[in-house]
Design a protein around this ligand. Structure first.
Ligand SMILES: O=C(O)CCC(=O)C1=CC=C[C@@H](O)[C@@H]1C(=O)O
Ligand SMILES: [Mg+2]
Length: 333
């Protein structure tokens, strides 16, 4: 006997969360809970406005359709994989399926690259307390490209100068022209550049980003590119990593293929959030521990929300929204 329930959630965001010029007041998504032979599995389907191709109503139709097939005996692994054009659906259903089948290990990655923002004194204190790896190395992430690139260069240099064990990931989200990218690099002394683990997508085009890496010696990572049609994982000079945002990428199977291809090419594969609730974030931390144990995941987005959902992120003081507070939007008969 199989049973499935779909819930809808809408969680208030902190004021001032802006994504691609669009203010995000609430984070809206679906949760699915599966039940079979006294086992349960949960998954979250949360298309990210401005990033996902699919909208929530379309995702909801697909989820209900997929779950009706599963309740009647279809394999959910196959159902999830068939939704490759709706990555959030493929990811959420495959997570619920993996939990139900006991495939997704419980243990979470305890490390997470903090996003650096806010008051500099508080930031230095936070980074000072950050646990390092076996070699004492600490990894944090800085968004760049929002203001003047010269200011970004000065800010990054200041952080790296102040904290010798710090290694930074930067994320420009394709916002720099070659001139701006050069302006950034000019203000980061060559001896500090090796502690920039990578910059995600510095320039508008991949070719410009490759040129930037070639001329500055600063390594780069692909994020948006990974989700473009025709992308294949390849060794390239200056390329350090690929970023995998499962909600924007697809089923666990698809994510595992990309991770395996990255590792085979000697690249780091970094699991990163698409601003999911604490439920999917804890699953992403488990996926990271399971499939990319040597790479610190990029999951420091919980504090953009005002509440957690169903499952608690370790150490978070945010209040928890319970399943009884959610609307059921579909249930199997
Ligand atoms: O990668 C991380 O460390 C956190 C996730 C993150 O930075 C992002 C998630 C979703 C949308 C974006 O605002 C942003 C990104 O640009 O990668
Ligand atoms: Mg990015």
């Amino acid at each position: 006997m199989r049973r499935a329930t779909v819930y809808r959630y809408s969680l208030p965001m902190e004021a001032g969360v802006v994504l691609r010029n669009q203010r995000l007041k609430t984070r809206d998504g679906l949760l699915v809970s599966l039940w079979q032979d006294d086992k349960t599995g949960w998954g979250e389907i949360a298309p990210l406005p401005g990033f996902s191709q699919e909208a929530l109503p379309q995702a909801q139709d697909a989820v209900q359709h997929g779950l009706s097939q599963w309740v009647q005996g279809a394999s959910l692994t196959a159902v999830a994989s068939a939704f490759s054009s709706l990555p959030s659906v493929a990811f959420g259903l495959s997570c619920a399926d993996a939990e139900l089948r006991g495939e997704l290990p419980e243990v979470m990655s305890l490390r997470c690259a903090p996003l650096c923002h806010g008051d500099p004194n508080e930031l230095y204190a936070r980074l000072g307390e950050l646990p390092g790896d076996l070699f004492g190395k600490k990894v944090a992430k800085v968004k760049v490209g929002l203001y003047e690139s010269v200011g970004d260069g000065l800010n990054v240099s200041m952080l790296l100068d102040a904290l010798p064990e710090l290694h930074l990931r930067l994320d420009a989200n394709r916002s720099w022209t070659p001139v701006k990218a050069e302006g950034f690099a000019r203000h980061v002394a060559p001896q500090l550049r090796s502690r920039i683990a990578f910059i995600e997508e510095p320039c508008l085009t991949r070719e410009q980003s490759r040129d930037f890496s070639r001329t500055t010696g600063i390594r780069i990572a692909w994020d948006e590119s990974v989700r473009e049609p025709g992308f294949t994982v390849q060794v390239e000079p200056g390329l350090a990593a690929i970023i995998i945002k499962p909600t924007l990428t697809g089923s666990l199977l698809r994510c595992r293929q990309l991770i395996a291809q990255a590792h085979a090419a000697g690249l780091e594969a970094v699991i990163s959030s698409s601003i999911e609730s604490s439920l999917a974030l804890t699953q992403l931390a488990r996926i990271a521990q399971w499939l990319t144990p040597d790479a610190v995941p990029g999951l420091d987005t919980l504090d953009l929300m005002q509440t957690q959902l169903i499952r608690q992120w370790p150490g978070s003081a945010l209040p928890l929204t319970d399943v009884s507070q959610l609307d059921i939007v579909w249930q199997s008969k």
